[in-house]
Ligand binder design. Structure first.
Ligand SMILES: Nc1nc2c(ncn2[C@@H]2O[C@H](COP(=O)(O)OP(=O)(O)OP(=O)(O)O)[C@@H](O)[C@H]2O)c(=O)[nH]1
Length: 548
């Protein structure tokens, strides 16, 4: 009859705790793996970046060497037969629209130039100082002598060239014809890699990397690095190196010897693709969208390497030092999961799923078992307290509850009444209509009692055909009136005991109250009421008796 806590709540809590704990552990483990994966990705990319960087650095070192060599030759010109011959040849040809200067005595590359009248159209070009021009021609020929040793098969750079403001240039890949000379020179002096080298634009005399552009004479995607050549505070021209996309791509593939996941791309500083491990994807530009590039650009301002997340794609990036660009690795979730860390995460999630399913199954089985046990317990409890036939309290439960209620009335000084009721000639009901009819009669009487009760009243079956009602806060006369109403209700109603038989029941009542003797004991009141019931029986039954 007590209201204990549902034991299933504890079970739910225990299972929830285990589930949350296992989820937390799995999540922690996955987090550690994720961090390991990210660090590994970064390390791998840095390795590629360092390899590629080294190649660019070799070229930049060579460029630095050529620049020093040219500056030195310009500062300390050699007055040799060769230089005199070069000056003579130049003077002979300088008015030709296109000229080429090549000394037979020297295994050098040709100087390719344009006429005096042509260069007059470009204020940045200058042939005004004859001595300076002679010294520069001599230095350029010396440079060309060294330049002829460059090997396009072996070198990373595809071409090295010197572009003079004196209206000529020399290149490791000499022009094929006069038109080439004109087109190349005119194109080169208009490019930013040349104009930026003007002391006004580049007072620090730094080197400059172009973004990817389409090389002159349909040479395809190229990047160029240039340095100014100065001597005696005079800007002579620029020294440059071209790198073709194919050459950079080859180097990237070499650097990627290690098995890599995802796409690795080399971007210039404007985030144009220079090379890609997947040329199809990389060059078509689908690797990163415009907004993703914006995010990458913002990240590049913050540091030299890092990582980004674009939806389900994980991106690591590393700025190159020898080249003004960034190397990027883009990995999809699918590719990530195919890696070592990804596979472990999958196994981990699978284990967590299996564990959770087992947990769910166990939870279901245990709660089911507890529910069944609770049902059984409730049944037993009910049986221990109630009468199965009338569904009223049995004798023991009735008196237990009465004790409690009587004590309350006594404490509050309110009256307590008790009605003892016994069905008249019940034996004859059994005898005449059978036990089943007797049972029906008992249920019928119990039903009438239940309908007449207030919430605080207690009714019980205390004997075979005997009922007892405890009425708290009720005066004797009120209890008598209640008993009278019960008597009349029972006597009026006909009970159908079989398809063709009905019977009318009557009952006798004995009523007692605490007001009479100031005794609140339910047993005493019942004994008093029982005596009055006996009196009612004696005096003809079907009546209520409240006096001894
Ligand atoms: N059908 C049925 N009969 C019961 C049950 N419990 C007790 N009885 C019967 O009730 C009858 C009680 O009879 P008695 O005590 O002689 O009294 P009575 O016939 O009602 O006569 P008065 O009380 O003097 O009016 C007995 O025959 C019991 O067998 C029950 O649960 N079901």
């Amino acid at each position: 009859m007590g209201s204990e806590k549902d034991p299933r709540i504890i079970v739910h809590l225990c299972f929830l705790t285990v589930f949350l704990f296992s989820t937390f552990l799995t999540w922690r483990e996955a987090l550690v793996l994720k961090n390991t994966y990210e660090v590994n990705q970064q390390i791998r990319l840095t390795t590629v970046a360092v390899t590629l960087d080294r190649q660019f650095q070799f070229s930049l070192d060579a460029l630095g060497f050529y620049r020093s060599m040219l500056s030195y030759a310009l500062t300390s010109p050699i007055d040799s037969d060769n230089s005199r011959q070069a000056a003579r040849l130049f003077d002979q040809q300088r008015n030709n629209p296109v000229w080429r200067l090549n000394l037979n005595t020297q295994r050098s590359l040709p100087l390719n130039g344009l006429s005096d009248s042509w260069i007059k159209h470009y204020p940045v070009l200058n042939r005004d100082n004859p001595q300076r021009l002679r010294d520069e021609l001599s230095a350029a020929l010396e440079f060309s002598f060294i330049l002829q040793f460059s090997d396009p098969e072996r070198d990373f750079q595809t071409r090295t060239w010197y572009l003079s403001r004196g209206g000529f240039y020399v290149s490791s890949t000499p022009p094929l014809n006069d038109n080439d000379v004109l087109e190349s020179y005119r194109g080169m002096i208009q490019r930013d890699y040349f104009t930026f080298m003007h002391p006004d634009n580049n007072p620090q005399r730094q080197h400059y990397w172009t973004p990817v552009y389409n090389g002159l004479l349909n040479e395809g995607a190229t990047v160029t690095v240039t340095v100014p050549v100065d001597s005696g505070h005079y800007w002579y021209g620029v020294l440059a190196m071209d790198f073709s996309r194919e050459a950079i791509h080859r180097q990237l593939q070499r650097a990627l010897q290690q098995k890599h996941q995802g796409v690795v791309l080399l971007y210039d500083h404007q985030l144009n693709v220079l090379a890609s491990s997947d040329m199809q994807l990389g060059i078509s530009g689908h690797a990163l969208s415009a907004s993703e590039k914006q995010q990458l650009q913002a990240a590049l301002q913050q540091g030299v390497r890092g990582e980004l997340r674009f939806g389900t794609r994980f991106v690591t990036w590393d700025k190159l030092r020898g080249f003004n660009g960034v190397i990027v690795n883009i990995q999809t979730l699918h590719e990530g999961l195919k890696g070592d860390a990804g596979r472990i995460v999958l196994v981990l999630i699978l284990m967590w799923l299996v564990f959770s399913l087992i947990l769910l199954g166990s939870h279901y089985a245990i709660t089911r078992l507890i529910t069944q046990m609770m049902r059984l317990q409730n049944k037993l409890e009910w049986r221990a307290n109630y009468d199965g036939l009338t569904r009223l309290y049995n004798r023991a439960a009735f008196f237990d509850l009465c004790e409690h209620s009587a004590a309350q009335c006594q404490r509050s000084g309110r009256p307590l009444a008790l009605i003892q009721m016994d069905i008249d000639f019940f034996k004859s009901v059994n005898d005449n209509y059978g036990h089943h009819a007797g049972d029906l009669a008992l249920s019928h009487a119990a039903c009438i009692i239940t309908q007449s009760l207030r919430k605080m009243d207690i009714a019980g079956r205390v004997g075979g055909e005997e009922f007892c009602l405890l009425l708290p806060e009720t005066h004797l006369q009120d209890a008598v009136a209640i008993a009278e109403r019960l008597r009349q209700k029972l006597a009026q109603k006909e009970l159908l005991v079989s398809s063709d038989k009905t019977l009318k029941l009557t009952a006798s009542f004995g009523v007692a109250s605490s007001e009479e003797q100031g005794d609140y004991q339910p047993a005493s009141l019942q004994s008093l009421a029982d005596g009055r019931l006996y009196k009612a029986k004696q005096s003809g039954r079907n009546r209520v008796c409240w006096q001894s």
